[in-house]
Ligand binder design. Structure first.
Ligand code: HEM
Length: 438
């Protein structure tokens, strides 16, 4: 694995890799997994359709719409129950992982799958309240599935737990059914284009509904845990916290807005989010340390993998090759000195611009961190995901002071049973407290 990635990182790797690409296929393995875990039968057109919709709606200009939706939903969830009157700025205490995962999951879900519809009979406030309640219930069930997931994916879930997983799937298929989605407001184009594309291609409605849960899983399983690590690293590194906070306050000032008690909520555009290189670097560093996907490919034809050091491996049709960039790249001390430490400015040049030059044995490394995977199956939500993390951190820092109850508490270990499934989760939670700044 390490050597294979080193082979990818060779200066003249591109030809060799694209040749391998025809012989190494991610779809075969992915469709096997989604069938077993999500009861969804993949079609050949899935990948193209998803890519087309993602290119249109999860990056570039399409992201502006998603950013606005995310902002509204985050504010609804984060600010509704926090007292803003200046004489009553009380601390609230919560568990950090539970808090971050809950808020980011629910805001992401509402932004992609839409809000409760409101009309003359349902006031906007009532609709918002319903959004909060409904997304909370969905989150609770999602976490149950999340906890069963690794053993489900490995096929080692005992029968009782398997029945629980089946029940949960039925719950999601009910809540996310195409019929129910049709009754919602602000459903994202990303979801809707995929739904329509499948419908036009003659895919049965219950299979489309199952796909809706596959997408919920792919889109909401990683951002919550990542946002936890980001806040935790900031709290454990006061200099990082200070630098990011200053950057955010400046971005708000430069946009001509002011946060004050009882004042209007801050409007955040994608443009504002593009002026935060320090936060970008902190996010990248967080993902380097905590995103550990295992990238599995099916071998379609016999082939020889040539390594950087000249060694060759013969792999057979029917074999599987798995890459684990976490250990091969992200934790490589030559590419990232002192790789276990969080350095918020690791991805910054001295002039404050984004750093992309990393070296190994004197050669520039093209893949220096791979939280999103690579090649054809690279995460299509990566721009939106980065935005989500930044928006959440932005609002936390803008509206709240927050700190660990025990500032000396060690950063928890990762839960190794989830190794290979995207962003790692901690093996325990930590208490923190927050209160409004204004
Ligand atoms: C921090 C957050 C996230 C991380 C670390 C992450 C990481 C990944 C990784 C590693 C893969 C598999 C790549 C491979 O096998 O080569 C993937 C796939 C995927 N991700 Fe993400 N992801 C995140 C958030 C999101 C979001 C927010 C969305 C959607 C809005 C999303 C949508 C997807 C989809 C649909 C796939 C499957 C792609 C396919 O089958 O071609 N992800 N993600």
């Amino acid at each position: 694995n390490v050597e294979f990635l080193q082979c990818l990182n060779q200066t003249h790797h591109s030809k060799r890799w694209s040749k391998s690409r025809e012989k190494l296929d991610f779809r075969k393995f992915a469709s096997h997994l989604v069938r077993r875990v999500f009861g969804y039968i993949a079609t050949k057109a899935d990948h193209e359709m998803l890519n087309a919709s993602s290119n249109r709606h999860l990056k570039g200009d399409g992201l502006e719409v998603m950013t606005q939706a995310m902002m509204i939903n985050l504010q609804n969830l984060m600010l509704h129950n926090v007292d803003s009157s200046s004489d009553q700025v009380t601390w609230r205490e919560e568990k950090l992982f539970a808090y971050c995962y809950n808020i980011v999951f629910r805001a992401g879900y509402l932004s992609l799958y839409g809000n409760e519809a409101f009309d003359s009979k349902t006031s906007q406030e009532k609709a918002k309240e319903k959004d909060r309640a409904e997304s909370e219930a969905l989150y609770d069930e999602f976490r149950k599935y999340d906890q069963l997931f690794p053993r489900l994916a490995y096929g080692v879930l005992p029968p009782k737990k398997r029945r629980e997983a089946t029940k949960l799937l039925e719950y999601f298929w009910n809540v996310l059914s195409v019929q129910k989605l049709k009754g919602r407001d602000n459903i994202s184009r990303w979801i809707w284009d995929v739904q329509e594309g499948k419908d036009n291609a003659g895919v049965k409605e219950d299979m489309i509904t199952r796909y809706m849960f596959v997408l919920l899983w792919a889109s909401q399983g990683n951002t919550g845990p990542s946002s936890f690590w980001l806040l935790l690293f900031l709290m454990k590194h006061p200099e990082a916290m200070r630098s990011v906070k200053e950057e955010i306050d400046k971005a708000v000032r430069e946009s001509g807005q002011e946060v004050k008690p009882g004042g209007p909520l801050v409007k955040m555009s994608r443009e504002m989010l593009m002026k935060t290189p320090i936060l970008d670097s902190a996010v990248e560093e967080t993902l380097r340390l905590t995103a550990a996907p295992l990238l599995t490919r099916a071998v379609l034809q016999d082939m020889t993998l040539k390594m950087a050091d000249g060694r060759q491996y013969f792999i057979r049709q029917g074999d599987r090759v798995a890459l684990f960039p976490y250990s091969a790249i992200q934790m490589d001390p030559e590419i990232h000195p002192d790789p276990r430490s969080f350095k918020y400015d690791r991805f910054l040049n001295p002039d404050g611009s984004k750093k992309t030059d990393f070296y190994k044995a004197g050669n520039k490394v093209k893949y220096y961190t791979m939280p999103w995977g690579s090649g054809a199956s690279m995460c299509p939500g990566r721009f939106f995901a980065t935005n989500e993390l930044k928006q959440f951190a932005f609002l936390m820092l803008l509206y709240f002071e927050f700190e660990l109850i025990n500032p000396n508490e060690e950063i928890p270990e990762i839960d190794y049973s989830r190794y290979g499934f995207g962003t790692m989760q901690p093996d325990r939670d930590l208490q923190f407290r927050y209160r409004r700044r204004y």
